[in-house]
Design a protein around this ligand. Structure first.
Ligand code: URA
Length: 434
């Protein structure tokens, strides 16, 4: 078999066999296929696409380049959840304890933030003492004991994805559905998931900006799941404006705690109930979505979800007093309001800009090597559709380093657009793909 023939076949729009896909991926990881051939192949895929069968074979070829986490020592169906990324997305911090409190094991690996999007691991590290590193044995033992553990990515999971993603990033071949779908699904499968619930974000702050593209990605991933024996459900949800109000690590932990207490923002609470219901159903812990939803609402009202969060924080070395006193989380020195310049209604809050402004304040990484400030960020005080009067606070900047404060103030006031007419509320969840 020759890589040249595989590239030519895809260039001419033909379907590759499983063996050809495995040959390309294995060869790329072991170094026998050079970057220039792999980038030509990625561009051929970009231009010609892949069939569902090819995409599923590509996913498993990527999975088999590394370790597959063995979670068989954990009783029950392991349902993982993945979000395609967004601004203010602290869903995992709420969802994981709720689902665990319903008796469904949550053995989750999460990532760090980059650019305008945040990462669950950074958020958890804002809890004093919290450790995101556990050995595989301790990870499994903790899930069996308290039903949940959440750690940073460990092991040699899907190494082909890392190498291929870096290549795609510099060859304009990132944004193509077969490569995105196989990249995301390979990591979830390698992390040991039996079933997967995906939150595909759509809108200005999302990776996929259009509804059409987001649904196409959702369908592609659900089909991969079906083809490789991992039941997968995808929700398409809004990321035109940030999720909830808080953007920034400790600020988001506080909002997650409020949500577990039943006092969270409406959009975040609703998203957690929808994603959580699908997780319970896939795990066989609820027979229909109405019952699953009621079960999750009861876990919020009874405080059992928050209790599970507390046990989880303690199990991973964190100071659980932050739950009753969130002032023990890192706090920024200054809180600076940004005011409305006119009367009207909030028409748009540009999520990507808000994420970028939080990053400029130090909450996120400009490059993988940047260090972050866990205390800083932005708390919105308005959401799209809300009425505003001139002089009202639109958001509060939580600031330590003021180097880029003027720029952030200006960009934030531009990213919250106000119109004179009230707009119709946009749907928040656009649909479910099963
Ligand atoms: N996220 C991923 O993990 N992979 C992609 O290819 C795109 C987004």
């Amino acid at each position: 078999m020759r890589m040249y023939d595989i590239i030519r076949k895809k260039r001419d729009g033909e379907e590759l066999t499983k063996e050809e896909i495995e040959f390309a991926i294995q060869g790329y990881v072991n170094g026998s296929i050079p970057d220039y051939q792999m980038s030509a192949w990625a561009m051929a895929v970009f231009l010609r696409g892949m069939t569902d069968r090819e995409t599923a074979d590509l996913t498993m070829a990527i999975v088999h380049t590394g370790e597959i986490l063995d979670l068989s020592a954990i009783a029950g169906t392991k349902v993982d959840k993945h979000s395609t990324g967004g601004v203010g997305d602290k869903t995992s911090l709420v969802l994981a304890p709720l689902v665990a409190a319903a008796g469904v094991p949550v053995a989750k690996m999460s990532g760090r933030g980059l650019g305008h999007t945040g990462g669950t691991i950074d958020k958890l590290e804002s809890i004093p003492g919290f450790s995101v590193e556990l050995s595989q044995t301790d990870f499994i033992e903790q899930v069996n004991r308290i039903k949940m553990a959440l750690i940073g990515q460990t092991g040699n999971l899907a190494p082909a994805d890392k190498k291929l993603y870096a290549l795609r990033d510099v060859t304009a071949t990132v944004d193509t559905i077969p490569l995105i779908a196989s990249s995301i699904m390979s990591k979830k499968i390698a992390a040991g998931a039996d079933a997967i619930v995906l939150d595909v974000k759509t809108g200005a702050g999302a990776f996929m900006k259009t509804l059409e593209g987001s649904f196409a990605l959702a369908r592609a991933m659900v089909k991969i799941g079906a083809a490789v024996g991992r039941k997968t459900v995808a929700i398409v949800s809004d990321m035109d404006q940030p999720l909830g109000f808080a953007v920034g690590n400790s600020l988001e932990v506080k909002e997650a705690i409020d949500t577990l207490r039943g006092e969270g923002p409406e959009d975040l609470t609703e998203l957690c109930l929808v994603l959580g219901s699908h997780m319970l159903m896939l795990a066989g812990a609820a027979s229909d979505s109405q019952r699953a939803r009621e079960q999750l609402q009861e876990l919020i009202h009874s405080g059992k979800g928050l209790e599970t969060f507390k046990r989880f924080v303690e199990a991973q070395g964190g100071d659980s007093r932050i739950i009753d006193d969130t002032r023990l989380l890192p706090q920024a020195k200054k809180q600076i309001p940004v005011y409305a310049q006119e009367d009207g209604y909030v028409a748009k809050i540009h999520a990507e800009e808000v994420g970028t402004c939080a990053m400029l304040l130090g909450a996120g990484r400009e490059t993988k090597e940047s260090t972050i400030d866990l205390a800083v960020g932005i708390v919105l005080t308005k959401k799209v559709g809300d009425p505003v009067r001139k002089g009202d606070t639109l958001c509060v900047l939580h600031v330590n380093d003021e180097t880029r404060l003027d720029e952030v103030k200006k960009r934030m006031s531009q990213s919250i657009q106000i119109t004179s007419e009230r707009l119709q509320k946009q749907p928040f969840i656009y649909g479910v793909v099963t």
